[in-house]
Design a protein around this ligand. Structure first.
Ligand code: PEP
Ligand code: MN
Length: 290
């Protein structure tokens, strides 16, 4: 990645002489994040796939085995779910984490799962290979500091109303505690548009890549909220320079307890992986192999 002069490249630390760790000016070379051997931020593109939430052994294991066969590199699955309604399925908690680590043993897929509470960082870190900070917690500063202290890679999702500047400063919180293993994720922002769940800001990808050395991935599932749109936006994300994708896949999307309407079926994911490889090659990259 070359360092071009960018008129929008405002200093992250306005009025401060302390160099910000997140800036490419401080560290021109790309950061490579190592998730239990799987590297994000290098020449290869990483595909993270799996259900929105871990629901049961059968659901997780069947989905994981299938996405593994289709070429996914990392398994996703929420055990602690941030749901809009307190009466919706909240996740299986530690039982979900146990299932994730069991299927990691079988498939070899590293696992990423969300933490929502400072009191659960240690617990989640004891099972996960990568810890997700969800959109709703991007500005939860105590949580950012806590995961900054743990020695696990962090998947930091953009807040749904966060500017690029605020997103980078959230990453700075984690970096300031000594953890530089951060992957940024564009997952759509709230705009006036209601035809999609969020407005997937793909222009954030080249902007972030110019402003920071951290890898950037895209979540077209939450970014659109519409299953049939996911493949197009996944391909577009690779075309604009994303270092990877995170997508929701379910063995029976119609019956999913969470986000089924935006989850790909096993077959749809398998088909998508074929076309993603072609786009990756067209932009001089490859999809990683496990
Ligand atoms: C998720 O990835 O499970 C999730 C809840 O996403 P977001 O935080 O982007 O809404
Ligand atoms: Mn979801």
């Amino acid at each position: 990645m070359t360092m071009e002069t960018n008129p929008c490249d405002k200093p992250v630390n306005k009025g401060s002489s302390i160099p910000s760790r997140v800036s490419r000016k401080t560290k021109p070379e790309d950061t490579i994040v190592n998730i239990n051997g799987m590297k994000v931020g290098g020449s290869d593109i990483v595909v993270i796939a799996g259900p929105c939430a871990v629901e049961s052994r059968e659901q997780l294991f069947e989905t994981a085995r299938s996405v593994r066969t289709s070429g996914a590199n990392i398994l996703r699955g929420g055990a602690f779910k941030p749901r809009s309604s307190p009466y919706n399925f909240q996740g299986l908690g530690e039982d979900g984490l146990k299932l994730l680590s069991e299927i990691r043993e079988e498939t070899g897929l590293p696992i990423v799962t969300e933490v929502m509470d400072t009191r659960q960082v240690e617990l989640v870190a004891s099972y996960a290979d990568m810890i997700q900070i969800g959109s709703r917690n991007m500005q939860n500063y105590p949580l950012l500091k806590e995961v900054g202290l743990c020695r696990k890679p962090i998947l930091l999702k953009r807040g749904m109303m966060a500017t690029i500047e605020e997103f980078l400063l959230a990453a700075e919180y984690i970096l300031s505690q000594g953890n530089d293993q951060i992957v940024l994720c564009e997952r759509g922002i709230r705009t006036f548009e209601t035809s999609t769940r969020n407005t997937l800001d793909l222009s954030a990808v080249p902007m972030l890549k110019s402003r920071t050395h951290l890898p950037v991935i895209v979540d077209p599932s939450h970014g659109t909220g519409i299953r049939w749109m996911v493949p197009s936006m996944a391909r577009a994300a690779i075309a604009v320079g994303a270092d990877g994708l995170i997508m929701e896949v379910h063995y029976n999307p119609e019956e999913a307890l969470c986000d089924g309407y935006q989850s790909l079926s096993l077959r749809e994911f398998d088909q998508l992986m074929i076309s993603l490889n072609k786009i990756a090659v067209a932009v001089g990259r490859n999809i990683s192999k496990l």
